[in-house]
Design a binder for this molecule. Structure first.
Ligand code: ARG
Length: 459
């Protein structure tokens, strides 16, 4: 005999190790709140269709609220022998209210229950994450506006390419986050579908009304197919895929922040409160937050692969394999929330080292393309202009001088069509201001883009 809620057909107790090995209560107890919310809705529906009396329903709801209060007061002892959060809560309910507690599970299985709990839980976490993402985006826009005129080198191959404004660079990050936020909302639509009522896999013989429970729980609709309902974890995979892409973006930002805080770049400063020192090297100020975010991207990307692999060979319908969906999903949620919080707090406090950025833009001959364009506008074919400017750059490399630091006579060695209006295009300001079209790096375009983004973010 067995003391388990399912013990009827068993003739010996569960092996002690197997009991621990198969239990999920250690990690699924965080679902308690949503488990109880789902149970209250289920009991309410059962009373509405006449499967429970109103008296029974009230007893169950009161009992569940008391169980929730116990958990929140730290007065709940989670039992591994009761396997998971669902059976722990139900057993405690029955301890409290007696026989009526045993009626709660009518027309329900842990299979549709757990799928419902995860969706309710994830829906709430998505809303929290969406808010943090909005906070980070707003901070980026403020910083981009502040740095709309700041000139830095733009890179390709991590070699100096053309001057850009720092604000423009930050808005590139911003665009990645816009897509992430869109993906998150799209994912939420498929999270917000209710599996409850599928029972173990085939539905139930009780006259349940799934539209009632769906409405009570704020789901957009009940799911269509009972077999799919208990075995579908696409929504968790989609969330993890959103998260992997978000973290991949955050990791790219991090990489740049780490580079820029190095003595070799020295483009920005991060406030001390986001950095740490070294226990041996007194001079060190390490960019730990960006490094850690970059590092945490690994586990989030890994969780996506875990879930895809978890699902790839499962036959319909529910399998115990699915219990393995929780830790990757929960860790993804925790990690993303932590990284977003750190970045939303830190980004507005980034300061640009304007002079260093400017010097770096100059050192790399970043206006060489502007000089070629100038020659083309005076009638020279682009390939010839490219050659002429290449020679001027070689001279500059040897002389350790930027194009804008050469005299007119020096420049004219390379082409006699160069006149003194050339200095207007060789300056960094002239270069960025000339790229004055939608999506371009000109300060005016950065300001306009910030204004559009703010309106979209508010709307
Ligand atoms: N702890 C289980 C899980 O996380 C709940 C569902 C268990 N269902 C079952 N038939 N054993 O998936």
């Amino acid at each position: 005999t067995s003391e388990k809620p399912w013990g009827g057909r068993f003739s010996e107790p569960t092996d002690a190790f197997v009991e621990r090995f198969t239990a999920s209560v250690g990690f699924d107890q965080r679902l308690y709140h949503h488990d109880i919310t789902g149970s209250i809705a289920h009991a309410t529906m059962l009373a509405e269709v006449g499967v429970l009396t109103d008296e029974e329903k009230l007893q169950i709801i009161e009992g569940l609220e008391a169980v929730k209060a116990d958990i929140e007061a730290g007065k709940f002892e989670w039992s591994v022998s009761l396997e998971d959060v669902h059976m722990n809560v139900e057993a405690r309910l029955t301890d409290r209210i007696g026989i009526t507690g045993k009626k709660l599970h009518t027309g329900r299985s842990r299979n549709d229950q757990v799928a419902t709990d995860i969706r309710l839980y994830l829906r709430d976490e998505i809303d929290v994450i969406a808010e943090e993402l909005t906070r980070l985006r707003a901070g980026l826009l403020d910083l981009a506006e502040r740095e709309a005129d700041t000139i830095m080198p733009g890179f390709t191959h991590l070699q100096t390419a053309q001057p850009v404004t720092f604000g423009h660079h930050l808005l590139a990050w911003y665009e990645m986050l816009v897509r992430d936020a869109d993906r998150l909302q799209d994912c939420r639509k498929r999270v917000n579908v209710m599996p409850l009522g599928a029972a173990a896999l085939a539905g139930t013989t009780y006259p349940i009304d799934r539209t009632i429970t769906a409405r009570l729980l704020g789901f957009d609709r009940p799911s269509e197919n009972s077999l799919d309902s208990v075995s579908d974890r696409d929504f968790a995979i989609e969330f993890c895929s959103f998260a992997a892409l978000l973290m991949t973006h955050m990791s790219r930002f991090s990489e740049e922040l780490v580079l820029w805080t190095s003595a070799q770049f020295d483009f920005i400063d991060l406030p001390d409160r986001f950095c740490t020192g070294s226990s041996i090297m007194p001079q060190k100020k390490n960019p730990d937050v960006p490094e850690l975010v970059r590092g945490k991207t690994g586990r989030v990307n890994g969780h996506l692969v875990s879930l895809l692999t978890l699902m790839k060979s499962q036959p319909l319908a529910y399998n115990k394999d699915n219990q393995e969906d929780k830790e990757p999903l929960f860790d993804t949620i925790d990690t993303v929330k932590g990284c977003l919080k750190a970045y939303a707090d830190m980004v507005p406090a980034i300061t640009a080292k304007v002079d260093n950025m400017r010097e770096a833009a100059k050192r790399g001959f970043s206006t060489a393309t502007d000089l070629a364009d100038y020659l083309v506008k005076k009638g020279m074919p682009f390939r010839d202009a490219h050659e002429v400017v290449g020679k001027a750059v070689a001279f500059g490399v040897a002389e350790r001088r930027d194009l804008s630091e050469m005299t007119l006579a020096e420049l004219q060695q390379f082409s006699d069509i160069i006149a003194d209006d050339v200095f207007g295009v060789l300056t960094l300001e002239g270069s960025v201001q000339a790229r004055d079209h939608l999506g371009g790096t000109a300060p005016a375009q950065v300001r306009a883009a910030v204004a559009r983004a703010r309106a979209a973010l508010a709307g």
